[in-house]
Design a protein around this ligand. Sequence first.
Ligand SMILES: Cc1cc2nc3c(=O)[nH]c(=O)nc-3n(C[C@H](O)[C@H](O)[C@H](O)COP(=O)(O)OP(=O)(O)OC[C@H]3O[C@@H](n4cnc5c(N)ncnc54)[C@H](O)[C@@H]3O)c2cc1C
Ligand SMILES: *[C@@H]1O[C@H](CO)[C@@H](O)[C@H](O)[C@H]1NC(C)=O
Length: 538
Amino acid sequence: MGILKAVVVLTMISTLLLSIIWKATLDSDEDGNQNFIQCLLDNSVPSHPISSAIYTPESSSYSPVLQSYIRNLRFNESWTPKPFLILTPLHQSHVQAAVVCGKSHGVRMKIRSGGHDYEGLSYVSDVPFFLLDMFNLRSIDVDIEHESAWVQAGATLGEVFYRIGERSTTHGFPAGVCPTVGVGGHVSGAGYGNMMRKYGVSADNILDAVVVDADGRVLDRRSMGEDLFWAIRGGGGASFAVVVAYKIKLVRVPERVTVFQVEKTLGKDDVTDIVDQWQHVSHNLPEQLFIRLMLDVVKKTVRASFVSLFLGDSDSLISIMNDRFPKLGLTKSDCIELSWVKSILFWSNIPLDTDNKVLLDRTLPTLYHLTRKSDYVREPIPKPGLDSIWKKMIELETPKMYFNPYGGKMAEIVEQEIPFPHRAGNLWKIQYIANWKEQGIEKANFYIDLTRKLHEFMTPFVSNNPRRAFLNYRDADLGTDYHKKGMHEEARAQGIKWFMGNFDRLVKIKGEVDPSNFFRYEQSIPLLPSLQHSDASV
Ligand SMILES: Cc1cc2nc3c(=O)[nH]c(=O)nc-3n(C[C@H](O)[C@H](O)[C@H](O)COP(=O)(O)OP(=O)(O)OC[C@H]3O[C@@H](n4cnc5c(N)ncnc54)[C@H](O)[C@@H]3O)c2cc1C
Ligand SMILES: *[C@@H]1O[C@H](CO)[C@@H](O)[C@H](O)[C@H]1NC(C)=O
């Protein structure tokens, strides 16, 4: 037999072997999935059958269900890793079954509520996983008499705002202004909005919660204890438990509030002077006044837009502005008085004559490819620094920056109150933003790189050692491997950016409530090295 023939035969044999092995893995995967589904069925109660909540890739609803809550088109690609199964709980017993079976079968679970994670960490994974998709669990029970509401994790912020507004014209909830953001991720990661200077972040306004813990038990504040209850208010829910619902504290708002948006352009207005005054006053203003500064590049020059919510009438607002921030030159004609719920429409760029019911809309008119980063500024930036930033922004063109002032209540709450630690001493938070329409990995890398460059350029002006970051502005550049075994130092260096001195308490609680590290994801709170089992390393 010639060498060539031998090679051919060997190749044939190995191909055959490979295909047998391949088939076997496929079969065992399929068996595994079948066993997992059987486990779900076995663990559901007859009064709440689970079968209608299960979607496998073969089912025609699988793709629509998966895609419904992908809010970043970067992760709506054919090569985006997909779950081997989607479970959309219709009852909390289905969440329990998911945890019990996920744990006993050793499979990774991703939890998604509103799907707004900027890095898709709620529905993408490099290891095989199933998706626990919470959108069906979205009831909202408002109790005006006790100024509170029970809100399930799958509700959106818009639904929460609408349901409060339906019952009261003088109550609200401090949270982000994008109506489609989900309660589960938003609140568990702190959640801030334009009332934070008066009332703190969303997680500062939580009275109780219902979770399913790592043993599949349904617990409330009393039965979970104050440690776990502390962790799920800013520590990121997905490291600790599945949040089923939060009891939120409603806050008082006036019947009429005032909003404005004023734009200034470099070259036409004294942008540097105006921004300089903003950075000295914005964190010191009365706490019912919030003025966000949005910086972007339009027609090759910098535009500075000041958008505001004032919990009061326009006359009082003008007098505060004349006194404290005269350089903006705000006039009464810039101001709009409206109800608090309408102010959400204003902040979301929805025309004000639209019915408030638009807040119940779960679909976004346009989706983009997105990337975000964050920073904290602790000292005003010198004017020459501002000028250099304008030059850099014009050079890079796409990345925008939003400056969100702190101070007020944010500076009063102590750093240990909840895991979110960015309190006194922080003047404002920077959000770096790039949105784009073009598909493909090259374009994504191009815009991500521009955003990194702006972030890099800002280094001398922002917090350092550590360079602080906001968990809810998910950023993969901070690292996605440090939850793994043997990387505790790296995990700690990463974790203190989000949690400062609270990181160690989160690690301690993690070890107590989830010693087998079932609740893990790319940026989850790690177990202490002494608690890590070999099988908890992936
Ligand atoms: C358009 C847009 C606007 C935004 N505006 C703001 C803003 O104004 N203020 C602000 O603070 N943030 C804002 N964000 C960020 C937002 O708060 C976070 O992305 C938040 O995590 C989204 O929550 P979600 O439920 O929609 O996200 P998801 O993608 O579903 O979840 C985010 C994270 O939380 C985990 N998680 C979700 N649900 C649960 C649950 N039930 N139990 C345990 N873990 C869970 C996920 O596993 C994931 O790790 C915005 C994001 C977008 C895309
Ligand atoms: C997401 O991808 C699917 C499949 O390619 C496509 O049909 C859908 O339109 C995409 N969604 C958006 C909003 O582009």
